[in-house]
Structures are given as C-alpha cells and as structure tokens.
Design a protein around this ligand. Structure first.
Ligand SMILES: [Zn+2]
Length: 422
C-alpha cells in the first residue's frame, strides 16, 4: 500500500512535502516525494539523474491519500508504567515521597491484579490513540505483559526486581523465573529492571543487569530521581524517608557511598548499556560517566513538573554526549500518555531547548535507541517496521515539525507492523 500525505517526516532525513510511504506486509518498502512515483523510467530501468531511484508502483498497489496530514514514525515512549493507569487522576501533584506513600495505599486495595491489568490495557490503547506505537513499560508483579500481549502495540515489558516488595520478583532468582515467563512475540520483547539504587542492593542490581546481558534483552532502572536518593547514594543513610529505612536494612540495601554516575559505572561495568529513567539530579561528573557507559536517560517533562523537581539537567547530559529521550512516566503522575504533549510542554516551559527536529527525534529515533530497537523502529526507512502515525495539519503548514509541537494534535490514523490499529 502507498500512503500519501501533504508531509512525510522520516526523522532520519528532512521532511518531505507531498510525500509517500509504501508499506508491504509488516515493513516499510519506500519513502519519498509523491512526485517521484510518476517519474518516467529510462529504458535501462535507471531513474532520472536528479531523483532518487524510485520505481512506479505496481498497477495493483492500493493508494491511500490522506491529504492535509503529516506522516511520522510511530512515537516511542521509553518510560511508563501502564498498569498505573488504574490510578489516573487520583493523586494530586506532590513531592515524590508524599506521592509514593499515597500510591502504595491505593495499590494495596483489594482486586489489585485485575485492576492494574485493566489499567495496562487501557494505557496501551490511550497510547495508540496518541500516536505512540511502542512503549518501554514497567510492571511490578509481571502482570502487564499478559494484558498487553493482545494489544497491537509494540512493547518492551520490563520485569521489575524490588527487594523490599511483599510479592516477587524480589531477588535475582525470582527475577529470572519471571522474565522466562514472558511470552515474547513480534511485538513483545522482555526486559529487566532493578527498581532503583535505593531499593535493590548493588549485588542484585549487578545480577539483574548481568541477566539482561546474558539473554540479550534491554534493561532500565530509575536512577538519581530525587535529591534524597542522591544524598543516600553519596553516603547519608538517613537521607531517605523514615518509612524506607527499616525495610532497606532488612533487604541489605546500603549506601554505596558514591555519586550516582560512579555507582552506575560500578554496577554496569562490562555489561550492555541501559536506560536510566529520570536522572533528575546528575551533575557534570555523573553526566560524563553516564555518557562513557553509553547509557540513555529518559526525561519525563510533565511528571517531572508534577513532582516539583528542580530544572532537569537534559542540556548538561546532552552536552556530555548522553542520549536523552522523552517519556511520560505513568498516568498516576501525568495528565495523559501523549508524547507530543510532552514536547509541547517542554517548548512552553523549558529553557535551553533543543531544536524542534531534535525534540521530535527524542520521542522517536532516540527513544528507540534507548530501548535498543533502533534497527526496527523510530524512523521511516525502507526495511524498518511499518509503525506510522498520521496527524492532521492545516493547509498552510510550512513546517510540519513546528506544527506537531505547537498543536500536539491527535492522530487520524496509526499503523503498527503494517496493520492499521487507529
Ligand atoms: Zn518510573
């Protein structure tokens, strides 16, 4: 099928006015200006010299002309907890520790697994309806992959290790068992996530990252999210709130007495790089260590504001060479799961803003790289998966990327692996 629109934004190349994307089966076959589809062929089969070598479509290839619209790769959300969609809108903006205490109370209410499974499904559909075709999703008790398996969204289902939890996985053996349970398919990849450096011991973090390395799957973790966490990592064992203290002692979680960058380097030394959610409190030295390790950081702009954190160090991280992608975190600390609204929010609220094309890359190709999926998704290129989002645009649009960021429209159509799902 050939899908035509007023604009095609391939990410890996500049926007194309009056462009097309041709898909066959689950893949993208060609991307280019619609004009080139009519290019006369020379008798030796070569194309005109001033145009890319595009052959005219087969007579039977269906053409879908979407008119005033912008085709982008499906957006990629590298950090969310879809199961927490069950608590969307229930918690008010508050500092992180106050919020998490209240969240724990909500999660303890009976019927949790069913409620959170439904939340995961709902969150996945909410994502698709916002043009997000791939999520890096964390599930506490490994329930989300079951709920998400039948939803036509691409997903890395990160299985969470949390030492102080009352349910598995709480140690590397339970983590290994849970990861093995995940029934992967074309759209579903298993991943590994030790929750955070203040809830999992260094030995268990290392074991979790080693498991990811051994099975060749991505890993993520929450890192340097709060000031108190960083003070704890640097050696102040009383920096964390009182309700964590006793539990941490029971689980053998001690301060590593290192700054977050150095500690990560120790935990991940010699292993594949991973994805760090938040990284809100990283200084220049941390940034250089994260860059040297090849890790990615996911900044969640609206959740960041929800918790009232200080300005995020994304410029410092990027300047040091760290790959910074944009995510949403969960609907329990955000208004919705729209990535365009995240970069719109950045445009309106952040200083030292990356260029518009870089912002869009942070929710597509860079996010795909953070999840280790850049060879499959994140840009419109022949051979990649046919994951597309199509957004409406005004007839007078001259810059489709500015239009997407300023208006953050909802998509009119979404394809995942060549199948139209919205
Ligand atoms: Zn998170």
């Amino acid at each position: 099928m050939i899908i035509k629109a007023a604009w095609v934004v391939p990410i890996a190349a500049p926007p194309i006015r009056d462009g097309f994307v041709e898909i066959a089966g689950q893949r993208i076959v060609r991307v280019g200006p619609a004009e080139a589809l009519k290019a006369p062929m020379r008798c030796d089969g070569a194309s005109r010299e001033d145009q890319a070598p595009v052959e005219p479509p087969d007579a039977g290839t269906p053409v879908c002309d979407l008119g005033q619209a912008i085709i982008t790769p499906g957006l990629v959300n590298p950090h969310t907890h879809l199961e927490l969609t069950a608590y969307a809108g229930m918690l008010k903006p508050a500092p992180f520790w106050k919020w998490i205490e209240k969240l724990v109370v909500l999660r303890r209410k009976s019927g949790r697994r069913e409620r959170e499974s439904r939340g995961a499904t709902e969150g996945a559909w909410q994502s698709l309806r916002a043009g997000v075709t791939c999520v890096g999703d964390i599930s506490r008790e490994n329930v989300s992959w079951v709920a998400l398996k039948d939803v036509p969204i691409r997903k890395v289902c990160f299985v969470e290790l949390l030492s102080l939890a009352d349910q598995p996985p709480r140690d590397p053996a339970e983590l290994r068992t849970a990861v093995a349970e995940v029934d992967e398919d074309e759209l579903l990849t298993a991943g590994v996530t030790p929750h955070a450096p203040y809830t999992v011991s260094s030995e268990h973090i290392r074991a979790a990252l080693s498991l990811a390395d051994e099975i060749g799957r991505p890993w993520c973790t929450h890192w340097a999210e709060t000031r108190e966490e960083v003070a704890f990592l640097r050696g102040d064992e009383r920096a964390l709130p009182w309700f964590l203290g006793r539990l941490l002692k029971q689980c053998g979680v001690r301060s590593p007495a290192s700054p977050p960058g150095e500690y990560l380097q120790r935990c991940a030394d010699g292993l594949r790089p991973g994805l760090l959610a938040h990284g809100n409190y990283m200084d220049g030295a941390d940034a250089h260590q994260i860059a040297a390790g090849g890790h990615s950081v996911v900044y969640c702009p609206r959740a960041h504001a929800f918790f009232g954190h200080e300005a995020h160090p994304f410029s410092r991280l990027r300047a040091a060479g760290v790959r910074v992608a944009i995510g949403t975190d969960s609907p329990a600390s955000n208004e919705d799961l729209s990535l365009l609204r995240e970069i719109q929010f950045m445009g309106r609220n952040c200083a030292d803003l990356p260029r518009a094309d870089e912002l869009l890359r942070m929710v597509t190709l860079t996010a795909a790289e953070a999840l280790g999926l850049e060879r499959q998704i994140g840009s419109l290129e022949p051979g990649k998966a046919a994951d597309l989002a199509v957004f409406p645009c005004a007839a007078e649009t001259v810059d489709p990327i500015d239009e997407l960021i300023e208006r953050a429209p909802l998509p009119v159509a979404v394809w995942v692996a060549g199948r139209q799902v919205v």
